[in-house]
Design a protein around this ligand. Structure first.
Ligand code: ADP
Length: 169
């Protein structure tokens, strides 16, 4: 059985992430979305909130499950006997980072194989970092995050009007 791990912080999950998950789930028997828990950072959404949002957004995909891990990806993968990592690539800047990480992970865990999917051009400009910035200043995120994530952002950060996108603060 071919199992791939799609690791990331998913803080929050975007439509770019969802697109990679949907395409990745067709390539592997099972896809594990693995949330990196970084206890030295204060996230926008807790691990539990992120898990719930992802689980809900991928429930149409039978072979996708959500887990979380702390520490090194290679340790988590070795422990669970996972061999494939799935990543997404947006721009040239991503490439350097992905290349370095893939090489380091291969050095630490030679059995690993990293599979990289090109972004869907529709979502190529979306990153969780920018999404967090927009949340902070109350901008409109419709079409950039899955429907449920959009609702959660509105609930947690005060944009209460789902219908007409006006920032209600
Ligand atoms: P981000 O890089 O957006 O802060 P993550 O660390 O959660 O988010 O990213 C996890 C993986 O998803 C990385 O491989 C990243 O390149 C990829 N990814 C993130 N956003 C997109 C997107 N819009 N299209 C394709 N891949 C993406």
């Amino acid at each position: 059985m071919r199992i791939a791990v799609y690791p990331g912080s998913f803080d929050p999950m975007t439509k770019g992430h969802l697109d990679i998950i949907e395409r990745g789930s067709k390539m592997f028997d099972k896809l594990v979305v693995a949330i990196l828990v970084n206890s030295s950072k204060t996230p926008c959404f807790t691990t539990l909130e992120r898990m719930e949002m992802i689980e809900e957004s991928v429930k149409h995909l039978e072979n996708v499950q959500v887990e979380h891990f702390e520490g090194l990806l290679v340790h988590y993968m070795e422990k669970n006997n996972y061999k494939y990592v799935l990543r997404g690539l947006r721009a040239l800047a991503d490439f350097e980072n992905e290349f370095q990480m893939a090489s380091m992970n291969k050095k630490l865990y030679p059995e690993i194989e990293v599979v990289i999917l090109m972004t869907n051009i529709k979502y190529s400009f979306i990153s969780s970092t920018l999404i967090r910035e927009i949340i902070k200043f109350g901008g409109d995120l419709k079409d950039m995050v899955p429907e449920l994530v959009y609702k959660k952002i509105n609930q947690k950060y005060g944009r209460v009007n789902d219908e007409d996108n006006s920032a209600v603060k």
